[in-house]
Write a protein that binds this ligand. Sequence first.
Ligand SMILES: Cc1cc2nc3c(=O)[nH]c(=O)nc-3n(C[C@H](O)[C@H](O)[C@H](O)COP(=O)(O)O)c2cc1C
Length: 186
Amino acid sequence: MKILAISGSPRPNGNTASLMEVVLESAKRTNPNTEVVEYNMHRLNCKGCQGCLACKKPEVETCVQNDELSPILKEMLEADAWILGTPVYMGHTSAQLKLLLDRMYCFTGPNRTVRIPKGKKCIFVITQGAAGDRHKDIIDLFSRFMAWRGVSTKFVRAVGLTLSPGFTQETLEEANALGKWVIRQE
Ligand SMILES: Cc1cc2nc3c(=O)[nH]c(=O)nc-3n(C[C@H](O)[C@H](O)[C@H](O)COP(=O)(O)O)c2cc1C
């Protein structure tokens, strides 16, 4: 079991990273043989999608850009599960995470074929400063995006956060449950 964890938060020890860590620790406790590889979009030297549509050619495997993200996109196709994280920025994902989502366009091949192998799971970790559901649009968008691509996706969100992580018992339980869910063979 290989999990790829990709954070879209520029703060390496911030709220998003901390909540992602709760999920990852739970997954590792559930199956100690779990391999976890972590990346932070903010640390990668990469650009947004350039709209060249080279990825729609049958002979192309993934994005053709020559940067630090392209091999990670390939690794995403090979991994069993993804844990993606973002803070809410102006009601949306961070720009860093949006860049990743755009580059994931290469997971759709010619004639809208899906290059993502079946059985992939994804956990989307969202943190926000305000109370309430400022993250709702992100969940709606990403649910549709992943459903169309056949990826089984679940969300965990933490709201009302300050700059130092402090999660409610309910959020911690949700994050722990998702760590177990991602490991379970279904
Ligand atoms: C540029 C920026 C925009 C933000 N926009 C929102 C927002 O629209 N709604 C909200 O609830 N919180 C917003 N916040 C607060 C962050 O979502 C919140 O502090 C988050 O947990 C930070 O995650 P991090 O510690 O991983 O960076 C914003 C923070 C920043 C820096």
